[in-house]
Design a protein around this ligand. Structure first.
Ligand code: GCB
Length: 602
C-alpha cells in the first residue's frame, strides 16, 4: 500500500499540475534494447488483461502502478482504480473496436496482468511488446521500467533483476494522444487506434545473449559472398551455419561484435522463386535461427534491377486496417491480402504508412512479394525538434533491425509528402543516411512533392534517394489530366520514379452515386487514364496505387465516405471488388506475361 504522504501529494497535485509525468517521459526502451528474435521460444502474455481508460492521467498522478493487489475492502485510503480487478480486455486488441464508448477515446489506458514466475540462476528474461500505440510505459511490481515511443515497432525490456519468485504484476500504460512533436503528428489520414495491438511475450535466454544477426548477399554483383554481422554478449565466438549450402563457420567476437564474408552461391530469391535457407547461429548457450532469402536489388541510372534483371514494380498500397479488428492482424487476413495482390498481378506491395506486423514481412518472403516499408514521417511533422528526430530515427532503426533479414523488403522509405524546407531536408537526409549505414543492401525512397506551379517534380530530397516516390492524384484532387505527362516530361529525373500513390474514391454501397465523383465508374476511368499515361514514361519504374482496401479514417466524413477512405480497389469488407480492380489487373498481367516472354528469349 502507498504511504499516506503519497495520497496527500496527489491531492496537492491538483494545485501544482505541471510535473506529474516528467519521470516517465523517457525514451529509454529503444532499438538498443532489442534482441534478435528468430526462432526463440516465448511465453505468451496474450489474453485477458485488466483494463481502464484514464483520460486525466490519474494513474500517473496517483501512482496506480504502486498499489498492492490487496482486497479493496482491506484498504485504508480511498482509491480511484482497482488495477487487479474489474473490467478486462483481450491483448492484442485496439480499444476502439471493443466498446462504442471507447471509439474516439484518445488518452492513457492501463493494462495489468499477473505473471507467475520461478527464477533460474543462469537465465535472463525479456519482455517483448510487438507494438503499442503510441507510447507505452512499463511497470513491474510497482517499479517503473521504462517508456517506448512509436506505435508500430516492437520493444523490449530486460526484467531479469526485477522479476520475483511467485506472483508478479505487470502494468502497461499506453497513450495514443496525438501531439505536434510525435511521429506521426496530430494530422493523418488513417485512424488513430490505441492499445496493445500486437502480441506480448516473455523471452527466456541464457546469460550469453545473441543481440543481433544480419545476413545478406554482398550488394556488389561481382562479389559472391554472404556477409554476416553479429552482436552477442558473453561469448568469444559464434558458430554460423547454413546446412543447405554446406556453410559452418566460427566467427570470432571482439567487444561483442563479429563479422564474416563467406563465399557462397545460393539460389537467388525472387517473387517467382522465393527460395529461403535455414540459417542457425549459436553463441555460448544461445541459439537463434531464421529463414533467409538472398537477392540483389540495384538502381542503375533510371532503372531498377532484381538479381541483374530489369524490374518494374507492379504494386498496390495497403494499410494495416480491419473494419472489425482495427490494427490487429491475423494470419488469415495477411494471406487474403497477399492473395488479392497476386490476383491483381502484383510483384510488389507498399506497406503504408508505418511498419506493419513482422508476420506481414515474413509472409511476403515466403510467398514472393517485394515490399516497400516505411516509418510515419508523414506530412508536416516537427522537423525542427531534436526529440522528434530522435523518435523518427529510433522507429527507423527498430524497423530496419527487425526486418533487414527479409529478402522481400527492397525499399526503406523515410517519409511521405513532406514540405521541402531546410529543416525537413536535414531531418530526412539524416534518416536516409542512417538507413544506408545500417543496411547497404536496399534502396532508399520517400514519397516526394510535385511543384504544381512549375509542373515539375521538385524536391531537394530527391538527390539523396535511390527512388523518387510520387503521390499524384490526377483525376481526383487534380482534375486536369494533361498536366501529368507535362510534369513527368518537365522533370527528367536522373533516377527511377515510382508512382507511390494515385487513385480515386468509390463508394459501392447502396448509398454511393452511380456516376461522377465517388462512383465506381469514375474510379475505373481514373485508373484507365493513369495507366495509359504512366506506361509511356520510361523513367517510371513502378506504381503502387492507393489502395487495396477501403480503410477507416476520422478525417473522411462526407456522405459517401462516412468515416472511411474509399479509394480501395476492394471495399472495407475485403471481399467486394470494384471495377478498377480488373482494370489494374489486366494491365499488370499483360506486363507480367510480356516480361516472362522477354526473359525466355534471353
Ligand atoms: C495521400 C496520402 C495518403 C492519403 C491519400 C488520400 O497522398 O499519402 O495517406 O490517404 O493521399 O486518399 O488522399
Amino acid at each position: 500500500m502507498l504511504e499516506r504522504s503519497a495520497i496527500a501529494e496527489n491531492a496537492l497535485q491538483a494545485l501544482h499540475d505541471e510535473d506529474y509525468d516528467r519521470p516517465f517521459n523517457l525514451q529509454n526502451l529503444n532499438h538498443e534494447t532489442m534482441i534478435f528474435m528468430g526462432g526463440r521460444d516465448v511465453i505468451s502474455l496474450d489474453g485477458e488483461w485488466n483494463f481502464c481508460v484514464d483520460l486525466l492521467d490519474t494513474g500517473l498522478r496517483q501512482k496506480w502502478f504502486a498499489m498492492d493487489p490487496a482486497d479493496p475492502c482491506d484498504r485504508q485510503e480511498p482509491w480511484d482504480y482497482d488495477p487487479y480487478m474489474g473490467e478486462t480486455v483481450p491483448v492484442p486488441s485496439c480499444w476502439q473496436m471493443l466498446q462504442e464508448k471507447w471509439y474516439f477515446f484518445e488518452g492513457s489506458a492501463w493494462y495489468t496482468r499477473a505473471v507467475d514466475f520461478t527464477p533460474k540462476a543462469d537465465k535472463r528474461f525479456f519482455l517483448r511488446v510487438g507494438a503499442a500505440q503510441y507510447d507505452c510505459k512499463v511497470f513491474l511490481n510497482g517499479q517503473f521500467i521504462g517508456n517506448h515511443y512509436g506505435g508500430s515497432t516492437p520493444f523490449f525490456a530486460e526484467l531479469t533483476d526485477q522479476l520475483q519468485q511467485g506472483r508478479n504484476w505487470l502494468m502497461l500504460c499506453v497513450n495514443n494522444v496525438r501531439t505536434t512533436d510525435r511521429v506521426p503528428m496530430r494530422n493523418t489520414d488513417w485512424f488513430n487506434y490505441g492499445g496493445v495491438y500486437r502480441e506480448v511475450s516473455l523471452i527466456e535466454t541464457p546469460k550469453t545473449l545473441i543481440r543481433d544477426l544480419f545476413v545478406r548477399l554482398n550488394p556488389d554483383p561481382l562479389v559472391n559472398d554472404i556477409d554476416v554481422s553479429i552482436a552477442a554478449e558473453g561469448a568469444d565466438y559464434a558458430r554460423f551455419e547454413i546446412a543447405e549450402l554446406g556453410i559452418a563457420v566460427d566467427i570470432p567476437l571482439e567487444g561483442g561484435k563479429g563479422t564474416a564474408s563467406i563465399p557462397a552461391a545460393p539460389l537467388l530469391w525472387s517473387p517467382d522463386r522465393p527460395k529461403l535457407y535455414d540459417v542457425v547461429l549459436t553463441a555460448g548457450g544461445d541459439r537463434v535461427c531464421d529463414r533467409i532469402g538472398f537477392r540483389r536489388i540495384e538502381r542503375r541510372g533510371r532503372e531498377l534491377f532484381l538479381n541483374g534483371r530489369p524490374l518494374w514494380l507492379r504494386g498496390i498500397s495497403v494499410h494495416e486496417d480491419d473494419a472489425v479488428l482495427g490494427k490487429v492482424v491475423t494470419e488469415d487476413d495477411l494471406r487474403r491480402r497477399y492473395a488479392d495482390a497476386k490476383q491483381l498481378g502484383c510483384n510488389y506491395v507498399r506497406l503504408a504508412h508505418y511498419p506493419h506486423h513482422e508476420r506481414a514481412v515474413a509472409l511476403a518472403d515466403e510467398i514472393g512479394l517485394l515490399l516497400w516499408t516505411e516509418i510515419p514521417v508523414y506530412w508536416a511533422i516537427d522537423f525542427d525538434n531534436p526529440a522528434t528526430l530522435r523518435d523518427a530515427e529510433n522507429q527507423l532503426l527498430e524497423m530496419v533491425k527487425r526486418d533487414r533479414n527479409r529478402a522481400s523488403v527492397v525499399i526503406w522509405s523515410v517519409g511521405n509528402e513532406n514540405p521541402d524546407t531546410d529543416q525537413r531536408l536535414a531531418f530526412m537526409r539524416h534518416l536516409a543516411d542512417t538507413a544506408r549505414a545500417n543496411d547497404p543492401t536496399r534502396l532508399i525512397a520517400a514519397a516526394c512533392l510535385v511543384n504544381h506551379h512549375k509542373l515539375k517534380i521538385e524536391d531537394r530530397l530527391a538527390a539523396h534517394l535511390d527512388i523518387i516516390g510520387i503521390n499524384e492524384y490526377y483525376g481526383w484532387y487534380d482534375e486536369d489530366f494533361s498536366e501529368l505527362p507535362k510534369i513527368l516530361a518537365n522533370s527528367q529525373p536522373d533516377r527511377p520514379v515510382v508512382v507511390s500513390e494515385t487513385g480515386a474514391d468509390a463508394d459501392i454501397s447502396d448509398k454511393g452515386p452511380k456516376a461522377g465523383l465517388f462512383s465506381e465508374t469514375y474510379q475505373a476511368e481514373v485508373y484507365r487514364s493513369q495507366i495509359a499515361t504512366l506506361k509511356e514514361l520510361d523513367f517510371v519504374r513502378g506504381m503502387s496505387p492507393w489502395i487495396l482496401y477501403d480503410f477507416r479514417t476520422e478525417r473522411r466524413q462526407g456522405i459517401y465516405q462516412r468515416g472511411f477512405n474509399r479509394k480501395g480497389l476492394i471495399a472495407a469488407d475485403k471481399a467486394t471488388r470494384k471495377e478498377a480492380f480488373a482494370i489494374l489487373a489486366s494491365f499488370y498481367h499483360a506486363m507480367a506475361e510480356r516480361e516472362a516472354k522477354e526473359w525466355e528469349t534471353l
